[in-house]
Design a protein around this ligand. Structure first.
Ligand code: KIV
Length: 288
């Protein structure tokens, strides 16, 4: 498996922590930049709680996104739109506590950055100071460039997100973006604008594969694809989609690597059956 960090036993002297007993360092945006130069692909997953995040961290996922997809995957909302900054700060702090190595990216939710760059900086500061994330993400290309510039200038690494931007569901819907010459030109322009503003990576969501390949070749920062084909530098999936926890039909771009929903249901049914029949607790589960 490709990993942005070496296994502890293969760490070189330069990779040893400067202070003995200091925890191993987390993945940084410098590691992400170096991976692009090496042509090394990497995987990002979302997480919304400490325990799930710890599983991904221990599996070697180098970047974990506390996405506003917590809205429709974890908090029971219909979309990402109702998610508040307080909710992201709360869940992101749990993800940070549950992990040791991954770079944790906190999503700026709808309404927390659109008004002006100052609002974006205040929101990002909360995610960095209160939750302890190493970077933030926001949606929008050219329109979000002033926000990105101010946050990066203040020392906060920013991941951009263009193409299909779910916070704009009420105007864009859930359609593939960048189809046709004008839309493709706009997408490239958006990608260049966020790069120029200082973003360290850019998510491309629901974009034709050929266009994502063109953007990836054009930029010197990594593209992180979701429904954007195989030529992006990295890929991201919502963990509940990847693990088969989400109910119903998944979008075309999702690959299911497990059937956690079925497994969890099996656990619940077997446990309930044991309780009803008296098979649980057995003597070995009972204190003398
Ligand atoms: O919020 C999120 O999980 C995201 C990913 C789908 C990229 O933005």
């Amino acid at each position: 498996m490709t990993s942005l960090w070496p296994a502890p036993e293969s760490a070189t002297p330069e990779q040893e922590p400067a202070y003995s007993g200091a925890p191993a360092p987390r993945v940084t945006v410098r590691d992400i930049a170096a991976a692009k130069w090496r042509g090394e692909k990497w995987a990002m997953l979302t997480a919304y709680d400490a325990m799930t995040a710890s599983v991904f961290d221990q599996a070697g996922i180098p970047v974990i996104l506390v996405g506003d997809t917590m809205g429709d995957n974890h908090l029971g909302y219909d979309s990402t739109v109702p998610v508040t900054l307080e909710e992201v700060v709360f869940l992101a702090s749990a993800v940070v506590r549950g992990t040791r190595r991954a770079l944790i990216v906190g999503d700026l939710p709808f309404g927390s950055y659109q008004r002006d760059p100052g609002q974006a900086l205040r929101s990002a500061m909360r995610l960095v100071k209160e939750a302890g994330v190493g970077a933030v993400k926001l949606e929008g290309g050219e329109r979000s460039a002033p926000q990105i510039e101010l946050m990066v200038g203040a020392g906060i690494p920013v991941m951009a997100h263009i193409g299909l931007t779910p916070q704009s569901v009420n105007t864009l819907g859930h359609r593939v973006q960048g189809r046709g010459e004008t839309a493709a030109r706009q997408l490239l322009q958006d990608a260049r604008a966020v790069r120029k503003a200082g973003a360290f990576a850019v998510v491309l969501e629901a974009v034709p594969g050929a266009l994502a390949a063109e953007v990836t070749a054009d930029l010197d920062i990594p593209t992180v694809g979701i429904g954007a084909g195989p030529d992006c530098d990295a890929q991201v999936l919502v963990w509940t989609d990847a693990a088969g926890m989400t109910e119903g039909r998944a979008p075309r771009f999702v690959k299911r690597y497990g059937d956690i929903r079925q497994s969890l249901g099996d656990v619940a049914r077997a446990y309930a059956e044991d309780v009803v029949t008296g098979a649980f607790p057995a003597p070995e589960h009972t204190y003398a």
